[in-house]
Design a protein around this ligand. Structure first.
Ligand code: PLP
Length: 427
């Protein structure tokens, strides 16, 4: 079934580290080898063995309108005819900035970059430059891209001491990152108390999507807002994943909490490489050339990426989100019934079209510690079974499903039916 993919992987590992350009693609956490794809259309993807899958990953979020979306393709093709890059301003960039500002009210000015990592990396430099403080607080289990300062989640014994997750990150950089627990405001208060007037910023995924989907509880985000304001520290919402995904204005609109800086990525490029960071003018004016915080990019605001992104953002209206909610809630309900039918120890977390099925004994996963306890062996069996039945899921227990509005009635039925078969099989 996967012969050509296996051959392609053998070739790839000769010239690419691990055969992939981003580690999760290697399928290691599901004890398998990657599927190579050749095309996609709407809700479907075709691999190089001609197997067809319903895609529930959507390239990790960007493809809210599915694969090879007509309007996105048209925008890219038309734009490319006039050249692909100028390294000089285009009006498309202003159009993009205005669109973002209109959709995300906490953003008054915005700078475009080429990835989510670049956005978060620049955001903390800006926060440090603006506040003239050095330390940042992040939450264990939150992912903000692969910049050195973020590759720290702290082991269980050293909750407050920065300890790098990756070799190559120096202790000196790690010690400027403090780690708190998601949904535990006391762990944040403690760090603020221990480091008075030293915290430049708190950075958080307001809806955590990189330890599986973990939803913020009650007033957690409000309390973060309050402590940051009180301490003259900036609150950075990393909405690379949740931005334009859970609503037009992202998690900050959904929970009505206003961050100082927001980082964006994924959907913003419509499937091409783009990211952005923005916030209050007063803060953003600290970025070069107006201010002392340097940040630049040869391909930043690239016309093709702007055209693709705009073609998506301009269509994001209430109808799109209600369609997504409709699709996702049906799948959610179907899965819930299947879990009850089969008696598998599992639970579901969902916000709009982001969802995770946790193989967990507890009722709810509310932080990284809970997430760590999931049965990843069961997940990998589940993943493989779904794959064979033609449903492409994230190849890790700790990544969300991202559903597109191209998933139709038949797809929903097939996803739910495959879920039942798979849960029965692995039980
Ligand atoms: C994907 C992601 C990033 C990193 O974005 P890249 O484009 O992969 O560099 C940062 N933060 C969050 C919350 C993400 O989900």
């Amino acid at each position: 079934m996967f012969h050509n993919s296996q051959q392609a992987y053998k070739e790839a590992i000769k010239s690419i580290p691990g055969g992939v350009n981003s580690p999760v693609r290697a399928f290691r956490s599901v004890h398998s080898t990657p599927i190579f794809f050749k095309s996609g259309n709407g809700s479907k993807m075709i691999d190089i063995d001609n197997n067809e899958y319903i895609d529930c990953v959507g390239s990790w979020g960007p493809l809210i309108f599915g694969h090879a979306d007509n309007q996105t393709i048209e925008a890219i093709v038309n734009c490319s005819k006039n050249g692909t890059t100028f390294g000089a301003p285009t009006e498309l960039e202003t159009k993009m900035a205005s669109k973002i500002i209109e959709m995300v009210p906490s953003i008054e000015k915005v700078r475009m970059v080429s990835s989510g990592t670049e956005a978060t990396m620049s955001a903390i430099r800006l926060a440090r430059g603006y506040t003239r403080k050095s330390l940042i607080i992040k939450f264990s289990g939150n992912y903000h891209g692969h910049f050195d300062s973020f590759l720290i989640k702290a082991g269980s014994g050293a909750m407050t001491l920065g300890k790098p997750d990756s070799q190559g990150v120096t202790e000196n950089i790690a010690k400027d990152t403090l780690v708190a627990e998601f949904n535990d405001i006391d762990s944040v208060f403690k760090l603020f108390n221990e480091n008075k007037d030293k915290i430049a910023a708190v950075i958080i995924e307001p809806i955590a999507g990189n330890m599986g989907l973990v939803i913020p509880e009650n007033n957690f985000l409000d309390e973060l807002r309050a402590i940051c304001t009180k301490s003259n520290s900036l609150l950075i919402f990393d909405e690379v994943m949740s931005g334009f995904r859970v609503s037009k204005g992202g998690a900050q609109e959904l929970y009505d909490v206003t961050p100082d800086i927001t980082t964006l990525g994924k959907i913003i490029g419509g499937g091409l490489p783009a990211g952005a960071y923005g916030g209050k003018s007063e803060i953003m004016d600290h970025v070069a050339p107006d201010g002392p915080v340097y940040q630049a990019g040869t391909l930043s605001g690239n016309p093709l990426a702007m055209a693709a992104g705009l073609s998506v953002l301009e269509r994001l209206n209430d109808d799109v989100y209600s369609t997504l909610e409709d699709i996702s809630s049906k799948i959610h309900e179907g899965f819930q019934i299947n879990i009850e039918k089969t008696g598998v120890n599992a639970n579901l977390a969902r916000v709009g079209s982001m969802m995770t099925l946790f193989f967990s004994d507890s009722d709810r996963v509310k932080n990284y510690n809970d997430a760590k306890k999931c049965n990843t062996t069961l997940y990998s069996e589940y993943f493989k079974s779904m794959l064979e039945l033609g449903v492409y899921l994230p190849p890790s227990q700790y990544e969300c499903l991202f559903l597109s509005n191209k998933i139709d009635k038949n797809d929903i039925e097939k996803i739910i039916d495959s879920n039942l078969k798979s849960l029965k099989k692995i039980k």
